[in-house]
Design a protein around this ligand. Sequence first.
Ligand SMILES: Nc1ncnc2c1ncn2[C@@H]1O[C@H](COP(=O)(O)OP(=O)(O)OP(=O)(O)O)[C@@H](O)[C@H]1O
Ligand SMILES: [Mg+2]
Length: 252
Amino acid sequence: MVIQVKNVNKSFKQEDGDILHVLDNINLDIKDREFICLLGPSGCGKTTLLRIIAGLDEPDSGEVNDSAGLIKGPSRDRGFIFQQYSLFPWMTVLDNVVFGLNMCYPDKKEENLESAKRYLQRVGLEDFQNSYPYQLSGGMKQRVAIIRSLLNHTPVQLMDEPFSALDMQTRHTLQEQLIGVWKRFDTTIVFVTHDVDEAVFLADKVVVMDKNPGRVKDIVSIDLERPRKRESTEFLKIQEEVMESLGVHDME
Ligand SMILES: Nc1ncnc2c1ncn2[C@@H]1O[C@H](COP(=O)(O)OP(=O)(O)OP(=O)(O)O)[C@@H](O)[C@H]1O
Ligand SMILES: [Mg+2]
């Protein structure tokens, strides 16, 4: 197991002075190379939990451990992709991708450049390597951010609704590409979404969360072969199961 979340609680003080109990005794085991989706309604604490796993926030009680022990702060072993595109606007696409690699492998500048170019080509961005982020569409920017993060070979990727702002077609393409990259790099991924279809398409395990306070309500394992077919009976059946455990009427 790579990450173990144990009895994690987190509250925030609101502006009116009230205390909001956001995460209530969260327990979760994440195995090496697993693709986990955290699924739940807006405000159930998905981002808060992801930030705690990243080491960007501390729990009030409980702990998160990885194979190196207690997580006390951010680490290069855990990449974080935010919902907003986290590209440097003043750098070209190629420089954005190479930047992270050069940070990790400063002695391999030539090789870094070559891998960056190769991967940009794989996701169809070879003609945009000298463009700046403002010249790209949302889907293209997100592809660059994902390549940049995955190329660092971080063993764990934490992704906070990276595709939520995209149109359905782009979203589906990126989901397929993400599965491809996840397999190629043997990464462990924790992916936040509030989209049932996305969770069932991507995950080995869907962690269904409840809100007020945020709890783990159910964990649904998905044993379907990849690439998954959305129209297949098994896919629809699992989707139904996840929706039921979520209580669809609770979703915003
Ligand atoms: N730093 C903070 N200070 C005060 N309250 C916070 C803070 N961060 C989060 N919260 C509150 O905690 C709750 C959970 O927030 P969180 O962002 O984790 O939810 P979420 O599940 O990611 O929601 P969404 O799907 O909308 O992104 C919300 O009510 C939010 O207002
Ligand atoms: Mg969130």
